[in-house]
Design a binder for this molecule. Structure first.
Ligand code: SR1
Ligand code: MG
Length: 396
C-alpha cells in the first residue's frame, strides 16, 4: 500500500517512507532516493532518507506500542504531537540546539526534521573515547533557556497554565514514574539485572531510608510542574560534534520539576564516569562542572533581567531556588543511575563493559553511587562534592 500525507496511520517501511517524502516534495522529481531505518531507541521508527548528493531528511514515526518490549505494551501515538510541539516551542528559545522541524502529521504520528547524520549520539561518542568539548556549555544554555522561559519566572503565568494543558503527557509520564521512580525499588517484572547483583538489589529493596527519599522524589516529579521539561535528557538524546550540539527526542515532555532534566544529564555523565579509571575520568567529570556553571550563569542572568515574577528581586530567592534545583537534580540523578543499572532500558556505558567480572563490579559501584546520591542529596552542596563522592567513597 502507498502511504500519503493524508492516509490514516500505519507504520512506515523504508519504501513507503520514500513515497511519503516524494509526495511531500522534499526531493526533486526523479531524485535517486535511498532510505534506511536507523532507529536504535526504545520506542520509535527513524528513517534516514537521502538523495544522490547526500542531502537528507529524517522521518521519525511513533509506533502504537513500546518497541523495546513489543506490542504487548501499547503506547499513545500522541507522543509524536508532543514531540513536534516541544521542538516548535524550543525553536523560539534555543534554535541552534535542536533539529529544524520541516513537517509534522498528527494522524501519521510523524515528525520530519533536519538530517543530523554529520553529528554523533553523545553516548556512542563517549564510548569511542570522544569528549565533545562544547557539549556541557551548550546543554547548560539549553537547560537554562528552555526551563526559565517556560517557568513562572520567564513566562506570563496565565500563558504558562495554558501551555501546561497542551503538554499533558500522562502515558509517557507513567513510564518514568514506573521505570525510574518505582520498579527498581521493588521486586518488579520490568527489572533486568545479572544474578550476581541480587545481593546489592535486595539491599536496595530493603532500605527503608532510601525508599522514603525515593518516595519524596517521586512525589516531586508527580506534582511539581515548574517548567516544560524535555523529560528524557540522557546522552542518547543528544547529537554532538566538536562544535555543535542538538537535543532530540522530547516525546516525554511535560511540566515537571526543573531538577529532573538537570539530573538526567548529571546521571548519564556519571554513568560514563563510573566506567573509567581515575586517569580517564577528569574530562568526563568536567561536563558536570560546566553544565551546572552554564545553567546557573544563564538562568541567573535571565532571572535578573527577564523575570515576570515580582518576587524574583527579593534577596536570597534566586539562591534558594538554585539550591532546590541542585538538590532535586542530585536525587533524581541517583534514581536514574539505579534504574539504568537494574531496571528496564539499560545503557551501553555499563552493558558493554568487559570482562563480565568488571561489568558486575562497576554495576555494584553504580548502585552504591545511586543510593548515596539519593540519601545524601540534601548534604551534597556542589559538583565538587559529587566528584569527591565518586573518588573517595564509590571507586575507593
Ligand atoms: C519503555 S521506554 C524505556 C525508556 O526509553 C526512553 O528513552 C525512556 O528513557 C524510557 O524510560
Ligand atoms: Mg528517547
Amino acid at each position: 500500500m502507498t502511504i500519503t500525507a493524508t492516509t490514516e496511520y500505519e507504520p512506515l517501511t523504508e519504501s513507503t517512507a520514500i513515497t511519503l517524502a516524494q509526495d511531500l516534495k522534499f526531493f526533486k522529481e526523479g531524485a535517486l532516493l535511498h532510505c534506511r531505518e536507523i532507529g536504535d531507541g526504545n520506542l520509535n521508527l527513524v528513517f534516514h532518507i537521502r538523495d544522490e548528493n547526500n542531502t537528507g531528511i529524517i522521518i521519525k514515526q511513533a509506533l502504537p506500542y513500546a518497541k523495546v518490549v513489543g506490542e504487548s505494551w501499547p503506547l499513545t501515538l500522541h507522543r509524536a504531537t508532543i514531540e513536534g510541539n516541544y521542538l516548535k516551542n524550543a525553536a523560539t528559545l534555543v534554535p541552534n540546539l535542536i533539529p529544524k522541524v520541516y513537517y509534522t502529521n498528527e494522524a501519521l504520528a510523524i515528525t520530519i526534521m533536519e538530517d543530523l547524520s554529520h553529528l554523533e549520539i553523545v553516548r556512542n561518542g563517549f564510548l569511542e573515547g570522544k569528549n565533545f568539548p562544547l557539549l556541557s556549555k551548550h546543554i547548560g544554555e539549553y537547560l537554562a533557556k528552555t526551563l526559565f522561559y517556560t517557568s513562572d519566572f520567564g513566562l506570563n503565568q496565565q500563558d504558562k497554565k495554558k501551555l501546561q494543558q497542551a503538554f499533558t503527557n500522562p502515558e509517557l509520564c507513567k513510564i518514568t514514574e514506573d521505570l525510574v521512580f518505582t520498579d527498581p525499588f521493588y521486586e518488579s517484572e520490568t527489572n533486568d539485572y545479572e544474578p550476581e547483583l541480587l545481593g546489592s538489589v535486595e539491599e536496595i529493596w530493603n532500605d527503608a531510608e532510601l525508599k522514603l527519599e525515593v518516595a519524596k522524589l517521586k512525589y516531586t516529579f508527580l506534582t511539581n510542574g515548574e517548567a516544560l521539561l524535555h523529560g528524557d535528557l540522557h546522552t542518547g538524546s543528544i547529537f554532538a560534534s566538536e562544535i555543535d550540539t542538538k537535543v532530540i527526542d522530547p516525546e516525554f515532555a511535560f511540566f515537571g520539576p526543573i531538577g529532573f532534566d538537570v539530573g538526567q544529564f548529571f546521571a548519564n555523565i556519571l554513568l560514563q564516569a563510573i566506567t573509567r579509571d581515575d586517569s580517564q575520568r577528569a574530562s568526563i567529570i568536567s561536563h558536570l562542572y560546566q553544565v551546572w556553571e552554564g545553567f546557573t550563569f544563564t538562568f541567573s542572568d535571565l532571572w535578573k533581567t527577564e523575570s515576570v515574577e515580582h518576587f524574583t528581586q527579593t534577596p536570597g530567592y534566586l539562591d534558594f531556588f538554585l539550591k532546590k534545583v541542585f538538590t532535586d537534580a542530585i536525587g533524581f540523578a541517583g534514581c536514574e543511575v539505579i534504574r539504568r543499572t537494574i531496571g528496564l532500558a539499560h545503557v551501553a556505558d555499563l552493558d558493554t563493559i568487559q570482562p563480565y567480572k568488571r561489568k558486575i563490579s562497576v554495576k555494584q559501584q553504580a548502585l552504591l553511587l545511586g543510593q548515596t546520591l539519593i540519601k545524601n542529596a540534601a548534604n551534597i552542596r556542589n559538583i565538587q562534592d559529587v566528584e569527591s563522592l565518586l573518588k573517595n567513597e564509590i571507586k575507593g
